[in-house]
Design a protein. Sequence first.
Length: 144
Amino acid sequence: MLNEEKIRLMTKAASFEAGEGKKALAMNKYFRGDYISINLIASWISFTITFAICVGIWAFYHMEDLMEKINTVDLPGMGKELVVWYLGLLAVYQAIHYVIYHIRYRKNRKSLAEYNQILKQISRIYQTESKSGSSDFVGGAKEK
């Protein structure tokens, strides 16, 4: 006789592993601080590239004005202003991403805790079956 509870739990576990569990199980390799740090470094790199592209687009758009005023423009002042904008926007961007990655980690830990409970229930069912001597079909052949 098939154990319907075991089948239901194994289906839940398999659907978790195939769906949302892929990311959660991959994330489980890291401590919270490591996970957040790695993602913050990646977001810092992407922000820097995006900021450079935006500055380049701005410079191309205002190229005529810049060329006309090249001798009168305060380049060190302009560079300082650019650095202030970069650092200010980077701080806001990183703060937002810190919150996002912290929440993701916490949610994934909760879902992994639920997954572990399912695995424990499956393990208890197997232990109960092995003690009672009953078994289901395994690999297409009935165990004796």
